[in-house]
Design a protein around this ligand. Structure first.
Ligand code: KG4
Ligand code: ZN
Length: 347
C-alpha cells in the first residue's frame, strides 16, 4: 500500500464484554474492522465473564491477523495501539489490554488507552474509505444507550465529555434483555424485541414511567412492572405470551423509547443544543432510530445516528478515539490496569 512517513496507522482493540474486535485506521480513515462475536453466552441467557475471557484469549490473534490482512497493512507500519481500558468485564478487558501492552512493547510504539463509552460516542466520526459522512458539530448531545449504560452526554470537543444525566439503576439495554428473558427469548434479547415489535401494536399495553427530579433515568421499576404484568396475564391465560408476543414487544419498546426521548428533549431544551446524536448497542434499535428522526423534525434538531455496525461493540470506535488521543500525544504507561468502572468524563 502506498504510504509515507507522515501517514498515521492506528491498530484498535476492543474486548470489554463478549466481542473481540480489531480495526485499522490510516490517517483517521477506517481500513478494516473485524469482530468475532461469542455465541456461547446464548446458552446461558447472559454473558458469563469467565467464558468471555477465555474466548477473547482464543479469538484475539486471529482477529488481529484478519484485520491486518483486510487492511493490507503490516505490523511494522502501525504507529500506536489503541485499546479499551474500561468500563467492562475485568477479565475480558485484561485480555485486550495485556495483548496491547505486549504488542506496543514488541513494536516499540505508544499505547493509547480508550474509554469504551467515549468510543461509542466518537463512532460518529468513523470515516470509511471513499465515503463522506455527516458528522455532528460541537457542542452536541449524545444519548448513549448500551447494555451497561444510559447517559446523556454533552460533547464540546473530540475528547471533552460532560455527563448531564444517567440511569440511577439499570441500563436500558438491561431493560430490553431482561424483558426478553422473561418472554423466554434468547440472549441478547434487545434485537429480538426490536424484530417482534415491528409486527405489533405499540398502544396495546401500558407501563409506568418513573418521575425523577432531574433528567436521570430509572429502569428497574419498569422492568419489575413488566415481570408482574407477564406473571398476572399468564395466570389468566397460559398462552398469553405466545399469543401476544408482537404486541407485548411493541408496547414495551415504545414505552422505553418514549421515556428515553422525553429526558433527551428536556436536556436539549435546557442546554439549547440541537445537534443530537445517539450511540451504543441500543441505538441499533429501529424504533429508537425512527422516533429520534421524528422528534428531531419537530424540534429542528440535526440528528446523527451511527451506521448499524458501529452501534454495537466494535474496534473502529476505539481506533478513532485512539487516533484523536494520539494526535494529542495522550499515551498510557505499561502499568495501566483494566477499569471495570470508568467515568466518561475522565481523560
Ligand atoms: O454497546 P453494546 O454492544 O455493549 C455494551 O457496551 O453494553 O450494547 C449491547 C446492548 C444489549 O443490551 C443489546 O440487547 C442491545 O444493546 N441491543 C439492542 C438492539 N441491538 C443491540 N437493543 C434494542 N434493539 C436493538 N436492535
Ligand atoms: Zn458497548
Amino acid at each position: 500500500m502506498p504510504s509515507n512517513n507522515k501517514d498515521i496507522f492506528i491498530l484498535g482493540i476492543e474486548s470489554s464484554c463478549d466481542d473481540t474486535s480489531c480495526a485499522i485506521l490510516k490517517n483517521g480513515v477506517l481500513l478494516s474492522n473485524v469482530t468475532a462475536n461469542q455465541k456461547i453466552h446464548e446458552l446461558y441467557g447472559g454473558v458469563i465473564p469467565e467464558l468471555a475471557s477465555r474466548d477473547h484469549q482464543k479469538n484475539i490473534v486471529p482477529v488481529i491477523d484478519a484485520a491486518l490482512k483486510k487492511a493490507n497493512v503490516n505490523l511494522s507500519q502501525i504507529n500506536a495501539i489503541a485499546v479499551t481500558r474500561g468500563p467492562g468485564l475485568s477479565g475480558s478487558l485484561l485480555v485486550g489490554l495485556s495483548f496491547s501492552k505486549s504488542l506496543s512493547l514488541a513494536l516499540n510504539i505508544p499505547l493509547v488507552e480508550v474509554n469504551h463509552m467515549q468510543g461509542h460516542i466518537l463512532a460518529h466520526f468513523i470515516q470509511e474509505e471513499n465515503q463522506d459522512i455527516k458528522q455532528p458539530s460541537f457542542p452536541f448531545l449524545c444519548l448513549t444507550v448500551s447494555g451497561g449504560h444510559t447517559q446523556i452526554v454533552k460533547i464540546s470537543d473530540y475528547l471533552q465529555f460532560e455527563l448531564l444525566a444517567e440511569t440511577e439503576d439499570d441500563a436500558v439495554g438491561e431493560a430490553f434483555d431482561k424483558a426478553a428473558k422473561i418472554l423466554g427469548l434468547p440472549y441478547p434479547g434487545g434485537p429480538l424485541i426490536d424484530k417482534y415489535a415491528q409486527l405489533g401494536d405499540a398502544t396495546k399495553y401500558k407501563f409506568p414511567t418513573p418521575q425523577l427530579k432531574n433528567n436521570n433515568y430509572s429502569f428497574s421499576g419498569i422492568k419489575t412492572a413488566f415481570l408482574y404484568f407477564i406473571q398476572e396475564q399468564t395466570k389468566l391465560n397460559a398462552n398469553f405470551v405466545t399469543e401476544n408476543l408482537n404486541d407485548i414487544c411493541a408496547s414495551y419498546q415504545a414505552h422505553l423509547i418514549k421515556y428515553l426521548l422525553k429526558n433527551l428533549l428536556a436536556v436539549s431544551k435546557e442546554t439549547s443544543i440541537k445537534q443530537i446524536t445517539i450511540a451504543g448497542g441500543v441505538s441499533a434499535n429501529s424504533g429508537l432510530r425512527r422516533e429520534l428522526e421524528s422528534l428531531g423534525n419537530k424540534h429542528q434538531w440535526e440528528t446523527y445516528i451511527p451506521k448499524f455496525e458501529y452501534c454495537t461493540d466494535n474496534a473502529a470506535m476505539i481506533a478513532i478515539t485512539g487516533y484523536y488521543k494520539y494526535l494529542k500525544q495522550e499515551f498510557c504507561g505499561l502499568e495501566a490496569t483494566p477499569l471495570a468502572r470508568y467515568d466518561i468524563q475522565n481523560k
